[in-house]
Design a protein around this ligand. Structure first.
Ligand code: ZN
Length: 56
């Protein structure tokens, strides 16, 4: 399926076999999204950059 980036409106390709929690990246702006599987199908939610806050 395809989803739209909320930042730049680019099309993001989400594999049909993507699992919940999988990270997909916008090809245009590089924003990371987490795949969320719900009753209505697959949606994306913005994923915070996890690596940067892990220092302390
Ligand atoms: Zn984008």
């Amino acid at each position: 399926m395809e989803a739209k980036c909320s930042e730049c409106d680019a099309q993001i390709n989400v594999p049909d076999d993507a699992v919940s929690g999988e990270i997909v990246t916008c090809p245009d702006c590089g924003l990371n999204y987490e795949v969320v599987k719900g009753e209505d199908g697959v949606s994306l939610k913005p994923a915070e950059s996890m690596s940067e806050d892990w220092g302390e």
